[in-house]
Design a protein around this ligand. Structure first.
Ligand code: AMP
Length: 397
């Protein structure tokens, strides 16, 4: 069975066609500049050469049609016709408090995605456009919505409730939701399998450390806490996001600089994190590490603070679960940055964590990186959100 996975942004569309018989990627690609001049499709069929189509894409329906043409193209294609696609899985950011699982799309589901536009203003409208484009271009094929907030819905009230007047939760669903949920679900599940842990009881902390960064605590694969909140701004220090700050900092800077709240949030989302802390060196952790190595003090502080905050959250989540069996690192930094993994684990001696330097010197594959005497299993588990979406889709169709 072949499943198409779609991840729509407001002007972009990423896709992967996955053969679920062996979970292999048959083709993947990206449409850029949808609705803008200079639209372009880059299509990468596995085992064949990549090709680029430069053609106007006034909306997501035209983009999807071009993807279908590319997938079934006589020369570069990978399928004889789109009839071979059994279902489409969509990454959808926000389901508010309504859905805690993936779901086959119908009119009700689309209404909920629409009702959550103000909770996910950048993503939900684009995600809905992707679903409606697939309905138009491939009528009758099942579409499945896989929500980034679903994993966090199992958090208990004490973890998801903000200490603000209760009426805001009642009236506007203001609470902590968590994001990167598909990645946390996938990696915690893989960590349990790969580490040979008890699938019902394993206490696992997943550190998703990329340009966006978040951390989750789960017991038996069910999330009990996660660091992102109502929006992805809360929690860890990220490439350009501040993570946790005293909210009074906002008012102080706004008054001093004459900013409105939108400008202030733009600074916290796009100009903060290691980019802001380093005085503008870069949001890319490789550049930050290089600058730190060359003696740039601000870059060094940014990197130290990033690692320190991850270690603090690991401590907090270990306390929340009254123990931890495994810690898994994933995403760009977590999968590739040997030094950052080691530096974070150096804070965890009190938990009996011991890293095996030789095992830790690896990238991009499932690997136990703790020593055999370590009291907690530390692992590197590459994330694969597309495969997770395809598995969810397969399970529902
Ligand atoms: P992601 O958002 O998961 O794609 O992760 C992107 C981040 O991973 C960027 O900041 C990259 O600098 C970082 N990254 C990728 N490879 C490495 C590496 N070898 N060492 C350190 N950071 C890396």
């Amino acid at each position: 069975m072949k499943i198409l996975v779609i991840n729509c942004g407001s002007s972009s569309l990423k896709y992967q066609l996955i053969d679920m018989d062996n979970e292999s990627v048959i083709a993947k690609g990206l449409c850029e500049r949808i609705g803008i001049e200079g639209s372009k499709l880059t299509h990468k069929p596995t085992g064949k050469s990549e090709f680029v189509v430069e053609s106007p894409m006034p909306d997501h329906s035209v983009a999807i049609q071009l993807v279908m043409d590319a997938l079934s193209d006589a020369d570069h294609g990978v399928i004889a016709s789109t009839d071979e696609i059994s279902a489409i899985g969509h990454r959808v950011l926000h389901a508010g408090m309504i859905y805690s699982d993936s779901i086959v799309v119908n009119e009700d589901v689309k209404r909920v995605i629409r009702e959550c536009f103000d909770l996910g203003p950048l993503h939900n409208p684009a995600n809905l456009m992707g679903i409606e484009a697939c309905e138009k271009v491939m009528p009758g094929k099942p579409n499945v919505a896989v929500f980034d907030t679903a994993f966090g819905m199992s958090m208990p009230e004490k973890a998801y409730t903000y200490a603000i007047p209760h009426e805001y939760l009642e009236k506007y669903s203001v609470r902590r939701y968590g994001f990167h949920g598909t990645s946390h679900m996938f990696v915690s599940g893989e960590a349990i399998k790969f580490g040979g842990l008890d699938p019902e009881k394993a206490k696992v902390i997943v550190c998703h450390l990329g340009n966006g960064a978040s951390i989750s605590a789960s017991i038996g694969g069910k999330c009990v806490d996660t660091s992102m909140g109502l929006t992805p701004l809360e929690g860890l220090i990220m490439g350009t996001r501040s993570g946790d700050v005293d909210p009074a900092v906002l008012q102080f800077i706004m008054n001093k600089e004459g900013l409105d709240i939108n400008q202030m949030l733009n600074i916290l989302n796009k100009k903060s994190g290691v980019l802001g802390m380093s005085g503008g060196v870069s949001s890319d952790f490789r550049d930050i590490a290089k600058a730190a190595e060359e003696g740039n003090h601000l870059a060094e502080v940014a990197l130290d603070a990033f690692r320190y905050r991850v270690a603090k959250y690991i401590g907090a989540y270990t306390a929340a679960m009254n123990g931890v069996d495994a810690i898994a690192f994933t995403a760009g930094v977590g999968e590739n940055d040997v030094e950052t993994r080691k530096a974070i684990c150096e804070y965890l001696g009190y938990l009996g964590v011991e890293i095996d330097d030789e095992a830790n010197n690896c990238r991009g594959k499932n690997q136990v990186i703790s020593s055999k005497d370590s009291k907690v299993k530390v692992m590197l588990i590459p994330t694969n959100e597309e495969l997770a979406i395809a598995r969810e889709t397969l399970a529902l169709v």
